[in-house]
Write a protein that binds this ligand. Structure first.
Ligand code: AHR
Length: 496
């Protein structure tokens, strides 16, 4: 099978915001305890932070990590997670029916972010929590001193403010499962009040209002419209969430990018509509701050244990190909999606699994690592001429999915292409109207073979990238993508 991707480096949607390569860490299962923090592990440092986890996550070059939830945050009292550890209370966690020891809290998270060289993105509790407690967290984190909570931070050993820029106004407040779930009108008022107070304390912060938690939820878009109409002036981003499930078989699943594109089209339309209603010049963007494949490990109860095994999804090759499509869609919508967080990062629906003495890299780690490290500069508009295949109820879908970045300063172009077809390899020609490809700098490929194979503790390299099969022919780049598969190729270019 053959496809062609036509490009012109002048045709782009704007600069890629690196924050689309964010992560998400929730107090859930073994994500925090036994994941990033495990004083009993021989692999932890003096602060209890797992060094091997930091080293592995550093490969993903995440510019921000969202914390502390998720559903967890909607009944969390951040004040119980600061100060001397021996005085912190053990509390029941409503969301995951687990025990929260509060040994790891805001200050530990900030230290961990520093070690990982990432930026914190904090969510406040707008479920059971008050608007004033949300403001006090901004005071604790971002004010330099001379007030109750900023001085408390200093007393806790952190003289400098943390300067947290991104603030989520609650989590999935549209969901009936959420602690403190309320109708859209009530949340809209609560979120706008919180945003106003928080921005009043620190005018440099950016706020992310809860959008819909999924396209399947009955209030999808109505909820978002209400929230945006009410809080337009104090909201900077609206959140989108999606977890993909392989419910209709692989042909359908491998066309997930179609659904991501559709969700983003919905948000683009809504944001333009509300901007019109408001006669506003302001831009509100999308924060896609929970995304991943998740459909196997769905048990929600931790049986009131500390760090129970919850949501420990084991990922295979086709899951990795779906993750690649999420990121390719975010790249194509670089003018709309400014923040995105893979949910999550360790043990819980995550690219990394840990046990006390080791770490396992899952298949979904690789597309993230590859795209995060290569996508730089502008996101080009790829014109794709591709055969189609029958993707179940999605109908005819292009076999070839593509996204491309071009960095003007270095003149490097990176092309990301997926072959959604289960049966036939795909040869893709890349034709650039205004530039000559002068050399192939690096390439990576995953795919082919058994799509159900996964990395396991016994066989940790069942899914691993290799060099892509690619070359230059007649001045064009040609890439052969296995069935199904994903390739990334970075090339040097010069003016034509
Ligand atoms: O990431 C797991 C959970 O999924 C989060 O806590 C919640 O926000 C979503 O429903």
């Amino acid at each position: 099978m053959d496809a062609t991707v036509y490009l012109d480096t002048h045709a782009h949607v704007g600069t890629i915001d690196r924050r689309i390569f964010g992560g998400f860490l929730e107090h859930l299962g073994r994500a925090v305890y036994q994941g990033v923090y495990d004083p009993e592990s021989p692999l932890a440092d003096g602060q209890g932070l797992r060094r091997d986890v930091i080293t592995a996550l550093a490969r993903l070059e995440m510019p921000c990590v969202r914390y502390p939830g998720g559903n967890f945050v909607s009944a969390y009292d951040w004040k119980q997670g600061i100060g001397p550890k021996q005085t912190r209370p053990r509390r029941p966690d409503f969301a995951w029916q687990s025990i929260e020891t509060n040994e790891f809290g805001t200050d530990e998270f900030m230290r961990w972010c520093g070690e990982l060289k990432t930026r914190p993105m904090l969510a406040v509790n707008l479920g059971t929590g008050s608007v004033s407690a949300a403001g006090e967290l901004v005071e604790y984190c971002n004010m330099s001193g001379g007030t109750l909570w900023s001085d408390q931070r200093r007393r806790n050993g952190h003289a400098d403010p943390y300067g947290v820029e991104l603030w989520c106004l609650g989590n999935e407040m549209d969901g009936p499962w959420q602690a403190g779930h309320v109708p859209a009108e009530v949340y809209a008022q609560r979120a706008a009040q919180a945003a106003k107070l928080m921005k009043g304390l620190d005018g440099t912060i950016k706020t992310i209002a809860c959008g819909s938690s999924g396209r399947g939820i009955p209030t999808y878009m109505h909820w978002d419209r209400t929230v945006l109409e009410y809080g337009w002036d104090v909201i900077d981003y609206i959140s989108a969430h999606r977890y993909s499930s392989n419910s209709e078989g692989s042909a359908h699943f491998l066309a997930e990018g179609v659904e991501i594109d559709r969700i983003l089209a919905d948000y683009r339309g809504l944001l333009d509509f509300v901007r019109g209603l408001k006669r506003s010049d302001k831009k509100v963007y999308v924060s896609f701050d929970e995304w991943n494949v998740w459909y196997r490990a769905t048990g929600m109860s931790g049986n009131w244990e500390v760090a129970p095994h919850l949501l420990e999804e084991v990922y295979n090759l086709e899951d990795a190909l779906v993750c690649a499509q999420y990121l390719m869609s975010f790249l194509r919508h670089a003018d709309l999606v400014k923040v995105a967080c893979i949910a999550q990062i360790v043990n819980v629906i995550a690219p990394i699994l840990t046990r006390r003495d080791g770490l396992l890299i899952q298949s979904i780690f690789y597309p993230f690592e590859i795209i995060s490290r290569l996508a730089r500069g502008n996101s080009l508009i790829p014109m794709v001429d591709s055969p189609v295949y029958q993707a179940g109820s999605r109908g005819d879908v292009a076999v070839c999915d593509a996204a491309v970045s071009f960095e003007v300063e270095s003149q490097k172009l990176a092309i990301f292409v997926a072959n959604r077809n289960l049966h036939a390899d795909l040869t893709v020609q890349i034709k650039i109207a205004d530039r000559i490809i002068t050399g192939i700098l690096q390439s990576r490929a995953i795919g082919g073979g058994d799509i159900k194979r996964c990395n396991t503790w016994e066989c940790p390299t069942a899914v691993e990238p290799v060099a892509a099969e690619c070359g230059l022919a007649g001045g064009h780049l040609q890439i052969k993508i296995p069935a199904p598969g994903f390739c990334a190729v970075q090339v040097a270019t010069s003016r034509r």
